[in-house]
Structure formats: structure tokens, C-alpha cells
Design a protein around this ligand. Sequence first.
Ligand SMILES: C[S@@+](CC[C@H](N)C(=O)[O-])C[C@H]1O[C@@H](n2cnc3c(N)ncnc32)[C@H](O)[C@@H]1O
Length: 264
Amino acid sequence: MSGDVEFDRIAPIYDETRQPPSPDEVDTLVELIGGSRTVLDAGVGTGRFAVPLRSRRFDVVGADLSLEMMRRARAKGVPNLVRADLHRLPFADRSVDAAFMAHVLQLLPEPTPVLRELGRVARETVVIALPEWLERGHEGPWRERRERYREIAAELGYPLPARAPRYRHTLEELSRIAPPKDVRRVLRPAAGPGERREAFGRWASGWFGGAQVPPEVHAEIVRRLLAERPIDPTRAGGPPRESRFVSWAARDLGPSASGPAASQ
Ligand SMILES: C[S@@+](CC[C@H](N)C(=O)[O-])C[C@H]1O[C@@H](n2cnc3c(N)ncnc32)[C@H](O)[C@@H]1O
């Protein structure tokens, strides 16, 4: 499993590369798991969601493969953390009220076994945060920029190891595993013009070398990339971004469910 190594390396800068969840996103999640007390945050990472959930008085346990990511979550006051693979969680059946997973799906070659495992350990509800970029895939200008980043890094003497594949899972595909109980859409406002440049810096530092090359080399690569493919600071920041929170009744995903979720 390469995820832990990759995220151990990214952990020191991970929080700079992602926005915290918006109040609307937290409210939506809280509504979907309303009535729960114990919540598993599967792939808890640095606690981006675990922290606001704890402040809403949920009893959160986080599971993740990366000790370095969880070290950050602990430093933010998330005490219950377990190093575990989401395919084989060390929890009894129906031992938490709800299981939640954000931004992990794209790292899984096949979502069904993990959804099934979440359905096994949860008594009531399973919720997945499905950002729209996950459906859009990883093609287009960002992919070209990433490849160019690697080329420039190699020219400067820092050949980067291949990045683990990112899988594209759609709402349609997830709905075939078991029909969701609810799908909530939450809009984030479009990025302003200045923010686009900043977002580019975050993107580049998070995923494409910032954790693997010295900071001055990274800054030089970003400078050259921006010179070659400028980001127009006067252009509007694209459409608002949408997150979807997809929820299932745990019994529809767990071992006693019928259909594809139960047959793997
Ligand atoms: C993109 S981060 C998301 C972290 C957090 N949920 C968030 O929204 O910021 C993905 C996390 O999933 C973890 N992960 C990936 N595959 C995993 C697996 N099979 N078992 C446990 N954790 C895994 C990684 O170590 C990483 O911390």
C-alpha cells in the first residue's frame, strides 16, 4: 500500500494545500449523521473534518495508514486515532453510529470493499464526501502542468518518483453499489482572480514536488511554469465548486446487504 508513504511525505504541507471544510459543508455533514454520537472518520488525515466534528460534540475516532498525517490530527486535539487500512478495520460490526470518509475515494482502485467495510462497522449511516473534481477526472491543463512540473524538476536534477494512480469514481458508479439514501450538494463560491494564482501555488506544492524537492527548487519550478503558462490574474475564477455528500443506511452497504456491495 503506497498511500501511507506518499501521505507521510505530504503531511507537513498538506493543510496548506486544502481549504478547511466550509460551515455549509460541516452543517450538511452534521445533518446527515444527526442523531449519531460516535463517528468513524475513515482516512482522517490531519483531521480536517474530525476537528469541526469534535467541536460539534461528536465522539470521533480516526483511522488512517499515515502516521505523519495522524500526528497532525493529534496535535489539533483529535485523541482517538488508529493506524489501519480501511479495507480491514480493527473494529467490531456496528461499533460506531456513523462512518464518514472525505477525499479518500480517488486513492482506491475499487471503492466497493471499503464502502462495504464502512457499512459493516457503522450502525446507522455511512457518508462519503464526493468532490466534483473527482468526477471531472485529472485530465486537461492541470495534468499538462503536472507533467511539465516533473520535466523541469528532472532538468534541475530532481527526478520525481511516479505518483500513485488517482482513480475516478462517479456518483453513478457509487449508486450502483447500493442506492444512496440522500445526496446533498454544497456550493463553494468561485475563487477570486488573485486566489487562482495562490491556488496554483498550493496545488503545485502539495502534490507535485513541494514535498520532494528543496523549497528553492520548487519555487524556481513554479516560477518557470507560471512564465510558460501564465494564469491571467484578471480572469474570473471559474464556476463555483460543488461538493456532494452521499449517504447510505449502513445496513444497505454492510455484510447483510444484498447486491454488489455484499457480494465482494
Ligand atoms: C487526501 S487525504 C484526505 C484526508 C482527510 N479525510 C481530508 O479530507 O483532509 C487521504 C488520506 O487517506 C489515507 N489513506 C489512503 N488510503 C488509505 C487506506 N487504504 N487505508 C487507510 N487510510 C488511507 C491517506 O493516508 C491520507 O491521510
